[in-house]
Ligand binder design. Structure first.
Ligand SMILES: NC(=O)c1ccc[n+]([C@@H]2O[C@H](COP(=O)([O-])OP(=O)(O)OC[C@H]3O[C@@H](n4cnc5c(N)ncnc54)[C@H](OP(=O)(O)O)[C@@H]3O)[C@@H](O)[C@H]2O)c1
Length: 260
């Protein structure tokens, strides 16, 4: 199927690693010019060299700050204009036993994943509305609907993002801008590996043992790969995908136990 993405422009936050990187590369493969955001300049430079500066623009910014979000919006508009597509994938919530999680961990989770996304929505969506078109996809997480007892900062940020996705999608629906969420389950990225290592060291178990416990709760019996998640995201980025808005598509091998 031709997704009509050739020649479109996209902004992908957290696009230098994991799910965001897979989305950025998939959008480039569809013919998009993509702006990718992260904090690690060397990693962004390596990706730009790999893909080609004509197809990939990189911005070094910390989306946990308003200044970082402003820089991303200004650089994107200067380099590619108002993007046709915004994918929010920057996030790095930590887990742990509730009593041991202090304010810093809660602040970091909410400030990057929730507020970082809100800052980008506030900067880009009004410009998409003026143009009367745009596709927004936020990478949320299945813990937004089924909170993990040992992953409450991330679960709370994800639940809040589902609310923002639905409410803002309603607000802008008449303008032609669609806003949706993808909620992955466990997906093999650096972030996932780090979470498993932390959980293993906190419980004196091996990483393989901790991961096996998670995999046992996934009906298809495996982690997802970032490229698999990216394929669903790319469809929602297509100008053909404008009938669904305010929805969240859960991609977790069947782990979420509900009918809708
Ligand atoms: N992997 C999973 O199992 C899973 C499951 C459900 C939901 N998710 C969600 O999916 C999203 C992506 O996760 P992932 O596993 O792909 O993570 P990842 O592999 O760690 O990649 C995270 C990306 O975000 C960037 N980033 C992190 N902090 C940033 C900041 N303060 N400002 C700007 N960029 C920042 C990173 O680059 P720098 O480090 O260079 O800044 C990197 O490009 C997250 O929101 C996560 O909660 C992941």
């Amino acid at each position: 199927m031709d997704l009509h993405l050739d020649g479109k422009t996209a902004l992908v936050t957290g696009g230098s690693a994991g799910i965001g990187r897979a989305v950025a590369l998939a959008l480039v493969a569809e013919g998009c010019r993509v702006v990718v955001v992260g904090r690690d300049e060397a990693r962004l430079a390596a990706m730009r060299a790999e893909v080609g500066a004509d197809k990939l623009v990189t911005v070094v910014a910390d989306l946990a700050t308003s200044a970082g979000a402003d820089k991303v919006a200004k650089t994107t508009i200067a380099q590619v204009g108002v993007p046709d597509i915004l994918v929010n994938s920057a996030g790095s919530s930590q887990g742990g036993l509730f009593w041991t999680i202090d304010d810093t961990v809660w602040d970091e989770s909410l400030n990057l994943k929730l507020m970082g996304t809100i800052r980008m929505l506030r900067a880009i969506v009004p410009l998409m509305m003026e143009r009367r078109s745009g596709n927004v996809v936020t990478i949320v997480g299945n813990s937004g609907r089924q909170p993990g007892a040992r992953f409450l900062p991330g679960s709370a940020a994800n639940a809040a993002l589902l609310a923002v996705t639905k409410g803002l999608a309603d607000e802008v629906a008449a303008s032609g801008v669609v806003i949706n969420a993808i909620s992955p389950g466990p997906t093999r990225t650096d972030r996932w590996t780090g979470l498993m290592a932390k959980a293993a060291s906190a419980s004196s178990r091996t990483i393989a043992d901790v991961e096996a416990t998670h995999v046992a709760a996934i009906p298809n019996g495996r982690l997802s790969e970032p490229e698999e998640i990216a394929r669903y995201v790319v469809f929602l980025c297509s100008p053909l995908a404008t009938a669904a808005t305010g929805t969240s598509l859960t991609i977790d091998g069947g782990a979420t136990r509900s009918l809708a």
